[in-house]
Design a protein. Structure first.
Ligand SMILES: Nc1ncnc2c1ncn2[C@@H]1O[C@H](COP(=O)(O)OP(=O)(O)O)[C@@H](O)[C@H]1O
Ligand SMILES: O=C(OP(=O)(O)O)[C@H](O)COP(=O)(O)O
Length: 396
């Protein structure tokens, strides 16, 4: 992989700064609504504790001004439960209190420091050399012996705790980071035919992935669904109706032109829905493309499309999923997601990227994937062949 990992770190008795990504959905009371990202880091933290580390754990939650911008007190309790080992919470990140809490650690103990984004520096993006000169990095550098970055889901952010600390402290990839990079950077080694299911609502991101993997010859088939599929349907010359078109152009004014360009260059590899599902009088109603346009937005693929896509996965070597095929949050529109993702789980090898995509699997109880990424934006960056700032710095 070319970057140092925990195998290269002599942990015992040293103080290790560990950046994790436990940024999670919160419920209306501001409590953790999903602890999947906390679960993901248990292996790295447990290993470092077992090997005698004193851990200063850094993380963010939400964005300043956003609904999910919150303290990490609840996260510390939950992490302690998951690890079966108490984690102290400190309501500071790099002040004297924080540094005292770090200095007081014994081997095999951990403190979770406060949300890094309580400090404005941490919500800005800097080149690594500038990130290395921020207050957070300046104040924490003297109190840690090594730095472990396990925050794959934030690896696309060029922020102080991601790219600044590793400029000043010996740094290593944690186990989550190591596994994510191993899987997502080596797609070309996975079995063929390689089938990408691109759905969801981030149409521009789906186009980026489609273009990149088709150009690089990585994709054998692309199954389009969700709002992305609606855009391809429109690009193939079908009048999908104003509500679906408005939803697309609200997100990306040039979506249909971009889909047309992809279809004209790679049409034989791109599958477009053959039916959709809309809501009528509160019910799911399926509509074939010859019955379009309709005066309601298409919120799922229809049963024929779901069955045809499931068939493609029957013989797939690798399934790569990004973006749910329908509005799975509503049971009426979860059919496509259940059928298509359910079939994808049976492919010889299967990879899932995207926060909502992973959430749809948990919600619908679909299991059996080889790799479910903890990252959304970070996974996309790797799927499109880009380098991640966090990883570049670890390489140096
Ligand atoms: N046909 C559709 N119309 C509108 N929204 C859709 C449609 N299909 C899927 N979605 C929505 O897409 C969202 C997830 O898309 P996206 O953010 O691209 O996924 P991810 O977070 O996995 O990258 C879900 O909330 C789902 O309800
Ligand atoms: O949730 C995250 O990314 P994701 O929404 O791409 O999965 C990461 O914690 C990064 O958070 P950010 O997108 O607020 O920088």
């Amino acid at each position: 992989m070319g970057i140092p990992t925990l195998d290269d770190l002599a942990v015992d008795g040293t103080t290790v700064g560990v950046r994790v990504d436990i940024n999670s959905p919160l419920d209306e009371d501001g409590r953790l609504a999903d602890d999947a990202r906390l679960h993901a880091h248990v292996g790295t933290l447990q290993e470092l504790l077992d090997r005698g580390g004193k851990l200063a754990v850094l993380a963010h939650q939400g964005r300043p001004g956003g609904d999910e911008f919150a303290t990490l007190e609840d996260h510390a309790d939950r992490l302690g439960e998951l690890l079966d080992h108490p984690i102290t919470y400190c309501d500071a990140t790099f002040s004297t209190d924080a540094r005292d809490a770090i200095a007081a650690l014994d081997s095999g103990e951990a403190v979770l420091l406060e949300n890094t984004r309580f400090y404005s520096e941490e919500y800005m993006e800097f080149p690594p050399a500038e990130a290395a000169e921020t207050f957070l990095v300046d104040r924490l550098t003297p109190v840690v012996d090594a730095f472990v970055n396990d925050a794959f889901a934030a690896a696309h952010r060029s922020q102080p705790s991601i790219v600044g600390l590793p400029m000043r402290v010996d740094s290593y990839a944690g186990r989550v980071m190591e596994r994510e990079l191993d899987v997502l950077s080596n797609i070309e080694d996975t079995p063929r035919p390689r089938v990408y299911a691109l759905g969801g609502a981030k149409i521009a991101d789906a186009f980026d992935v489609a273009e990149s993997v088709l150009e690089r010859g990585l994709a054998d088939e692309i199954l389009t669904s969700g709002m992305t599929g609606n855009a391809f349907l429109a690009a193939s010359g079908v009048d999908i109706g104003e509500p679906s078109m408005d939803a697309i152009t609200d997100r990306d004014a040039t979506a249909v032109e971009q889909a047309e360009a992809l279809l004209s260059e790679y049409g034989e590899k791109i599958h477009v829905p053959e039916d959709v599902a809309v809501e009528r009088d509160g019910e799911r109603v399926e509509v074939g493309i010859d019955e379009l346009p309709v005066d309601a937005p298409a919120l799922d693929v229809g049963s024929d499309t779901a069955a045809a896509y499931a068939d493609v996965f029957e013989t797939a070597g690798t399934a790569i999923l990004n973006g749910p095929p329908g509005v799975f949050e509503e049971e009426r529109f979860a059919h496509g997601t259940r059928e298509i993702f359910g079939a994808a789980a049976n492919a010889e090898y299967s990879i899932v990227g995207g926060g909502d995509t992973a959430a749809s699997l948990r919600q619908l109880g679909i299991e059996g994937f080889d790799h479910v990424s903890t990252g959304g934006g970070a996974a996309l960056r790797l799927l499109t062949g880009d380098e991640l700032p966090a990883v570049e710095v670890l390489r140096e």
